[in-house]
Design a binder for this molecule. Sequence first.
Ligand code: ACO
Length: 340
Amino acid sequence: MNAPPPAGSTLRPVRIAGTGAYAPAHVLTNRDLEKIVTTTDQWIVERTGMRERRIAAENEAASDLGAEAARRALADAGMAATDVQLLLAATITPDYPFPNTGCIIQSKIGARHAFCMGLEAACSGFVYAVETARHFIATGTVENALVVGTEKMSSILDWTDRTTCVLFGDGAGAAVLRPAKRGRGVVASALGSDGSLSDLLLIPAGGSRRPTSEATVAAREHYLRMNGREVFKHAVTHMVRSARTALHRAGVVISDVRWIIPHQANMRIIRAVAERLGVPLERFVINVERYGNTSGASVAIALDEAARDGRIRDGDLVLMLVFGGGFTWGAMLLEWEKGS
Ligand code: ACO
């Protein structure tokens, strides 16, 4: 786990000053999936809580989804694209192995004065990216950052594998980060990883270890593979543990937190986390039934929805909880302060 800044630190507080999200128009329902693989609406609803997910068009890449979410976040923050100083895109479905998707989004939205990076932390990507970007602002290196979580998960799913293809969807979320004015902004965070478990959730081929070949494609090794049961156990354990660490670092207790925004991987995971933290589900932001698991976009989309519909208000403590391939996990506690 990462350590908090030392006492007397001169880091300045950083807030989320605007959010945006974009989901492609095409809706794929559980009934539609019944026609693709041997599954049922009942199995998917009971085991995951998902009812539908969005699927990007063939000509829509992760950067297209991300660019739209980014435009909406900039509009929400009242900021021009040309004012963005750092653009950080979290994705496991980049347009290309390189250049990074941040650069592609930069060119689409006209953020020509930004320096741009990609970050890969699977479903934890958005929180990892916010944590990274906020340090550039906290240290005074930049005055603002645009963080985008965007995924075209449909492009890495094996549509013959019912154990994975029913679980994921496409979408993007974005946030504009700026120095906090009144409140504390990001109050505390607790990130962690365990690379020894990387083979439980991965794409086996297509990287430098096993470059794409006719053999890897024939074996369908360029698609996502997951040991769902193992991932489930670790997800609950680490989301709960990192939540407790972040709360401890912030010097608050769970009842002080107004909203918990968990990674939308599975309703049963969210329920188990709620039970262990002793928080009623009503204080969780949940949209897994409409989007499925959108990996690095998931928490960003949920945050945007709750901020826009008025659930999250100025002064609220908001706890984001994530878990994903790597394994990677984390918690981030925010004191909400929108305003421009
Ligand atoms: N439809 C019907 N039956 C199915 C389906 C399906 N879509 N998928 C699996 N089954 C069957 C299995 O074959 C198995 O049958 P069997 O008992 O005859 O062998 C049975 O259902 C139970 O399978 P389990 O894998 O034990 O089901 P489980 O209750 O564990 O649910 C699930 C599976 C939904 C994947 C769950 O384990 C899960 O959500 N895991 C966590 C996923 C997650 O958190 N991912 C986040 C990270 S993703 C990222 O970072 C990119």
